[in-house]
Design a protein around this ligand. Structure first.
Ligand code: PLP
Length: 452
């Protein structure tokens, strides 16, 4: 079926033509519907990286031509990211490995005793670094509407009116895809004198993120979810606490001067600015790839990308609503605005079994588990007992066991409509006819049994 509305074409991504084997021995085009974990590289990002690669050189103090070129491109990449995020004067962009790294960096840079507020619905990357850094944390219960979230934050902040405080909040849930009221939460946080870090890991690939407009103090995201899988991520925002903090890693690049003292000790003067937290040789290609993705998405236009994604989301949710055995997981209700991320369970099916059948029999790649957001998924599944403790690992499963985990389908700028339609057709068929093959556990993973 083709679209009846005027939409932009999907952006070209790597892997669009990859054929994968089915358990039957046939081959089909792979339908990559696990963008929320890692999105395929944009062709444009790949091409720009390939064009730069021969000119790659050591950055910063290299005297040669390629070193200078690479240093310029590295610093230009920082400016591109700053423009992409619409940073304020004086804000800085630190290149990290990914969102997890960015939030751990920030956790270590907060003034001593900073109280952190986080909803228990957060991804573990947003939930765990704070207590790990020895900071007091107020975990807020799962709200059932954006308004409840705002009210819960105000109430929590009122109980702790003094001292440095930080709210860490996701822009879009990695489980439900639902959008969080970031601007409203930030207004409340600022009214109480608290700062805000936005976890934009799932938001930035789908929506324009303007630090100026949202007024958040920091934002973190991952290159590999933004079509730039070259190992770089970003922490961007206010400089004051970052400049006052001990460097994230101690080493070259972060240190301006190191001198031996008369007493035999070593005195270090650390850099201010991004270099302070980027010790070691930086990931120039990764940073360049993130900047290339920022350029590509900006040029494609978020308005057009969002319109297309909205169409696919509506098509997906309408299709799933017609299958009574499918229960879509939601905190804020069916009408909540979301990005192209949706989790569900299927009555009578173990989620690992269902996902395995989608892959083995239809060539569709989704994800099953608790998606590194265990408290949230357990709440959404009705508070059922503990699922797996390892990130993304399914519990041992047999067909027909009840759901202790969920299935997540996620997509983005490179997804053709055909993938959504194929996915819906496969879900309908599996629900009505069952899997055609037998499945068994192999090392904790549900796999098709080819010994049929
Ligand atoms: N925050 C959210 C909302 C996520 O979805 C993820 C990853 O799935 C992360 C943080 C962690 O990102 P990364 O694994 O790239 O560090």
């Amino acid at each position: 079926m083709s679209t009846s509305v005027d939409l932009c074409a999907p952006l070209a991504v790597l892997g669009a033509d990859v054929q994968v084997p089915l358990v039957s021995g046939e081959k089909v085009g792979y339908a990559a519907l696990d963008y929320a974990a890692s999105a395929p590289a944009l062709q444009r990002v790949w091409d720009e990286v390939a064009a730069y690669a021969p000119y790659y050189g050591s950055v910063h103090r290299g005297a040669g031509y390629l070193s200078q070129l690479s240093t310029d491109l590295f610093e230009q990449s920082r400016r591109t990211v700053a423009d992409f995020l619409e940073l304020r004067e004086g804000d800085q962009v630190v290149f990290t490995r990914a969102t997890t790294d960015s939030l751990n960096l920030l956790a270590g840079a907060l003034p001593a005793g900073t109280r952190v507020f986080a909803f228990e619905t957060e991804h573990h990357a947003s939930l765990l670094p704070w207590a790990q850094a020895g900071l007091p944390v107020s975990y807020l219960r799962a709200p059932r509407s954006p308004e409840q979230a705002v009210a819960a934050l105000a109430e929590a902040l009122a109980q702790f009116p003094e001292g440095p405080r930080l709210l860490c909040v996701t822009g879009a849930s990695n489980v439900t895809g639902e959008l969080w009221p970031v601007a409203e939460l930030t207004r409340v946080a600022h009214r109480y004198g608290a700062r805000v870090v936005l976890d934009a890991a799932q938001l930035a690939p789908h929506h324009r993120v303007s630090v100026r407009e949202l007024d958040v103090d920091w934002v973190a995201f991952s290159g590999h979810k933004l079509y730039a899988p070259f190992g770089a991520g970003v922490l961007a925002g206010r400089s004051d606490w970052l400049d006052a903090a001990a460097p994230y890693l101690a080493g070259g690049g972060a240190s301006r001067t190191v001198a031996r003292e008369a007493d035999g000790s070593v005195a270090v003067e650390w850099h201010q600015g991004p270099a302070r937290h980027e010790a070691g040789s930086p990931n120039v290609i990764g940073a360049y790839a993130v900047a290339a993705a920022c350029r590509a998405l900006t040029e494609a236009g978020f308005e057009a990308l969002e319109a297309r994604e909205r169409y696919l989301i509506d098509r997906l949710t309408a299709g799933l609503a017609e299958i009574p055995q499918v229960k879509v997981l939601s905190l804020f209700g069916a009408e909540a605005a979301r990005v192209g991320v949706l989790s569900f369970v299927v009555e009578g099916w173990n989620s690992s079994h269902f996902s395995a059948a989608l892959s083995a029999e239809y060539g569709i790649g989704v994800r099953d588990g608790l998606f590194c957001a265990h408290p949230l998924v357990r709440t959404l599944l009705g508070g059922e007992e503990a699922g797996p403790s390892e990130c993304g690992a399914p519990e041992p499963s047999l067909p027909g066991e009840r759901s202790l985990n969920a299935i997540r389908v996620s997509f983005g700028a490179g997804t053709p409509e055909e993938h959504i339609d194929r996915f819906l057709g496969a879900v309908r068929e599996l629900v009505s006819d069952g899997a055609r093959w037998n499945y068994r556990n192999e090392g904790g993973r549900c796999v098709a049994d080819t010994r049929r």
